[in-house]
Design a protein around this ligand. Structure first.
Ligand SMILES: *Cc1c(COP(=O)(O)O)cnc(C)c1O
Length: 397
C-alpha cells in the first residue's frame, strides 16, 4: 500500500471495467460515473469508436518523438484549428503542463516584441491551474503551497468579477490575464459574461494577452466546444487537457498566430506530447464532438439535468443552497451544516460517483454521452443523499 506515495485520500473501491456512463467495481457493484474521471471521460468508458481508433493505432505505431513529422498530430491540429479561434497548437500531456506552456508563450510573446519587462500575469482567487510550481504560484491557494517554499513569482492575484481591481492590477510589467471562464476546482464559480467581454477589450487596449484555462471547461463540457464561446470572446492563448482525448493523457496549448510566432525551434518541448497514440484518441474524440447534433444533445440533456436538480433543491432547500454551472459541468452548493464530502459518500452508497469542489460544492461531470435513464439514476441517488444527510442514523442500505 505504502509503495504508492500518499498524495491522495483514496476510497477503498477499485474498478475492473467501464462501459458508457457506468463503472463496475471489483466487488461487482455498478456505479454511474457522475464524475467522469474528473471531467476526462467525455465519451464515456470504452466508446466503440475510441476503442477501434486506439486498437488500430496500437497495432501500427505507438510513439515517435517530435524530432520527426507526426502525421496524426498535424491532421488533428489542422482539424482543431479549423474548429476554434486558434491558429496553432503545442501538444503536451496534462493540464498543468498546458498551463505552464501557456504562461511561457505569453512571456515569450512580450519578450519577442521587445518588452522583456512584461512577464507577470494577473490571475484570479479561487482558481486552479495545476500542481506544478508555476501553476501553484498562479492560483496562490495556500493549502496547495504549504511546505513547498516561496511561491513562484510573477503572479498578481485578484478577486474574480471585479473589474476595478483587475484594472488596478495591470501594470507595465503585465504580460497576461489568466482566467478559467468557469472555475472548476474552486466550486463551479462562473465569471460574468460582461466581465469576460471587458477583459478582452482591456487586454487589447493594454497589449496584454488574454489566456483562458479551459482544461476543465473545454471540449464540449459546457455544451459548446469551448466555454468562452458562450461569452462570444476569444482568448489569445488557451490551455486544454482533461476531456481532449476522452481518457488518454493529452494536453494542448492553443494560440493565435501573432502570439505563437514568438515560439521558435528550441523554445519549448515535450518528449511524449502529441504522440500517435494520444492523437488517435484525440482525433476520435473530436470526430464524435463534431458530429452533427452532438453538442445540441449535450445541451438538451444538460438542461434536463439542471432543471431536475433545481427541483431537487426545491424539495430539500435546507440541504441544497443553489445549483450552478453550465452544460454537464454542474455544481450543487450545499448549505451548512451539511458537508459536500459527506454528501458525496451518501451518493456513492446509492451508486453515484461524484467529486467535491471548493465552497462546499458537489460537482457533477458525467460523460457527455449520458442519456435520460441515467438522469433518473443521478436524481435518485441525490434524493437518497439528501434524505440520508438529514437523518444520518436512520440506516440507508
Ligand atoms: C485539472 C485542471 C488543471 C490541471 O490539470 P492536470 O492534468 O491535473 O495537470 C488545470 N487547470 C484546470 C482548470 C483544471 O481543472
Amino acid at each position: 500500500m505504502n509503495s504508492i506515495m500518499q498524495t491522495y485520500g483514496r476510497l477503498p473501491i477499485a474498478f475492473e471495467r467501464g462501459e458508457g456512463s457506468y463503472l463496475y467495481s471489483t466487488e461487482g457493484k455498478r456505479y454511474l460515473d457522475g464524475a467522469g474521471g474528473i471531467a476526462v471521460v467525455s465519451m464515456g468508458h470504452s466508446h466503440p469508436k475510441l476503442v477501434a481508433a486506439l486498437e488500430a493505432q496500437v497495432q501500427r505505431l505507438w510513439h515517435v518523438s517530435n524530432l520527426y513529422e507526426i502525421p496524426e498530430q498535424s491532421k488533428y491540429a489542422e482539424r482543431l484549428v479549423n474548429a476554434c479561434f486558434a491558429d496553432s497548437i503545442f501538444f503536451c500531456n496534462s493540464g498543468a503542463e498546458a498551463m505552464e506552456g501557456a504562461i511561457k508563450v505569453a512571456r515569450k510573446y512580450q519578450a519577442a516584441n521587445g518588452k522583456v519587462e512584461r512577464y507577470r500575469a494577473v490571475t484570479l482567487e479561487g482558481s486552479f491551474h495545476g500542481r506544478t510550481l508555476a501553476t501553484l504560484g498562479a492560483a496562490n491557494n495556500p493549502k496547495h503551497l504549504e511546505g513547498f517554499g516561496p511561491p513562484v513569482q510573477g503572479f498578481d492575484i485578484v478577486p474574480p468579477n471585479d473589474l476595478d481591481v483587475m484594472l488596478a492590477a495591470i501594470t507595465e510589467e503585465t504580460a497576461a490575464i489568466i482566467v478559467e471562464p468557469l472555475q472548476g476546482e474552486g466550486g463551479i464559480r462562473p465569471l460574468d459574461i460582461n466581465y469576460l467581454q471587458t477583459l478582452r477589450s482591456v487586454a487589447d487596449k493594454k497589449d496584454v494577452l488574454l489566456v483562458f484555462d479551459e482544461v476543465q471547461t473545454g471540449f464540449g463540457r459546457t455544451g459548446k466546444l469551448f466555454a468562452h464561446e458562450w461569452a462570444g470572446v476569444t482568448p489569445d492563448i488557451m490551455a486544454c487537457a482533461k476531456g481532449i482525448a476522452s481518457g488518454f493523457p493529452c494536453g494542448a496549448v492553443l494560440a493565435k498566430s501573432h502570439v505563437s510566432d514568438a515560439m521558435s525551434p528550441g523554445t519549448h518541448g515535450s518528449t511524449f506530447g502529441g504522440n500517435p497514440l494520444a492523437m488517435a484518441a484525440a482525433n476520435a474524440t473530436l470526430d464524435i464532438l463534431l458530429e452533427e447534433g452532438f453538442l445540441n444533445e449535450v445541451n438538451r440533456i444538460s438542461s434536463l439535468l439542471k432543471s431536475r436538480l433545481d427541483d431537487l433543491a426545491g424539495r430539500h432547500p435546507e440541504v441544497i443552497k443553489e445549483v450552478r454551472g453550465s452544460g454537464l459541468m454542474l455544481g450543487i452548493v450545499l448549505s451548512e451544516p451539511y458537508i459536500n464530502t459527506v454528501f458525496c459518500d451518501y451518493a456513492r452508497e446509492s451508486g453515484l460517483l461524484t467529486v467535491v469542489a471548493g465552497e462546499n460544492v458537489l460537482r457533477l461531470l458525467p460523460p457527455l454521452i449520458i442519456k435520460e435513464p441515467e438522469i433518473d439514476i443521478i436524481l435518485n441517488a441525490l434524493e437518497n443523499a439528501c434524505i440520508s444527510i438529514k437523518s444520518p442514523n436512520s440506516s440507508e442500505n
